[in-house]
Design a protein around this ligand. Structure first.
Ligand code: T3D
Length: 259
């Protein structure tokens, strides 16, 4: 299978998806959304695959939605975008019995951050940063950020990260329990592959463990993803979002008006 915006390979029970738009820090375009959905569908169907490994090419894991596609003239419906393009990815990662592992090689922002958090496990390079960047551009959290993050770090810390949008570095992410291990960038991919192959060799019960934890903690995930889409629709229509995107593209701080 050959794709335009991702690299996809299957080996030793592991399907590796590498987000591959390094010039834009692997920000999501519609093509990338479709290709990640397609690769995950293929990996999920393939009986030889037991683990999904997600990582990014270059210095970033993923900078979330490509904001060049979100100017007032072309932004469209953000609610529809989440329902069609992002939520199926989050649901596949969480609901498949196959184990998902993110190798967070650099910055993970917005939807990119929550893509990593939707995986069952994360390992990170010392360069990794986790940013709930939504508020910086006048948006609300999506891709499960309002649901999975509080369950990982607690409600108070989640609120702080979501409201302030400040970066969490790799050591802090380890302390918070967001990642299982931190290592030098040069070692990350080899270590992540080894862990993924170990997971792929594990017993059938690993999928059942995942289902048990999902049922205990994440049984309302789909409902919350839909609620996030409704809220993002409102945020996407705000003047503050237009200003947030404009400011990002002009490389300046936004001036929000609360409208
Ligand atoms: O819209 C919907 O469908 C709803 C879904 C929304 C989900 C979301 O993800 S909303 C949140 C979107 N993401 C962000 O707000 C993050 C934007 N990026 C950043 O804040 C910063 O780039 C980072 C903190 C991630 C990294 O900063 P830094 O200083 O290391 O790198 P940089 O210089 O800002 O970026 C390097 C290049 O990547 C730069 O391009 P250039 O100037 O070299 O041509 C920059 O424009 C580009 N880039 C980074 N992030 C994005 C991006 N281009 C488009 N979209 C991006 N998200």
């Amino acid at each position: 299978m050959s794709y335009e915006t991702i690299l996809y390979e299957k080996q030793n029970g592991v399907a590796t998806i590498t987000l591959n738009r390094p010039q834009a820090l692997n920000a999501f375009t519609a093509t990338m959304n479709a290709e990640v959905q397609d690769a995950l569908k293929d990996a999920d169907r393939d009986r030889n695959v037991r683990c999904f490994l997600l990582t990014g090419a270059g210095r970033a894991f993923c900078a979330g939605q490509d904001l060049r596609g979100r100017t007032p003239e072309n932004k469209g419906s953000l609610g529809a975008s989440l329902r069609e393009k992002y939520n199926p990815i989050i649901i596949k990662l969480r609901r498949s019995e196959k184990i998902s592992l993110a190798a967070v090689n650099g910055v993970a922002a917005g939807a990119g951050c929550n893509l990593a958090l939707a995986c069952d496990l994360r390992v990170a390079s010392q360069e990794a940063k986790f940013i709930q960047a939504f508020v910086r551009v006048g948006l609300a959290p999506d891709c499960g950020g309002s649901y999975i993050l509080p369950r990982l770090v607690g409600a108070s810390k989640a609120m702080e990260l979501l409201l302030l949008g400040e970066p969490v570095d790799a050591e802090e992410a380890l302390r918070l329990g967001l990642v299982a291990k931190v290592m030098p960038a040069t070692e990350l991919l080899t270590a992540a592959r080894e862990l993924a192959e170990t997971l792929a060799r594990g017993p059938r019960s690993m999928g059942l463990i995942k289902r048990a934890v999902n049922r205990s903690l994440l049984s309302e995930l789909e409902t919350q993803l839909e609620y996030e889409a409704q809220l993002q629709e409102i945020a996407g229509r705000s003047a503050d979002f237009d200003e947030g995107v404009r400011a990002f593209l002009e490389k300046r701080s936004p001036v929000f008006t609360g409208k």
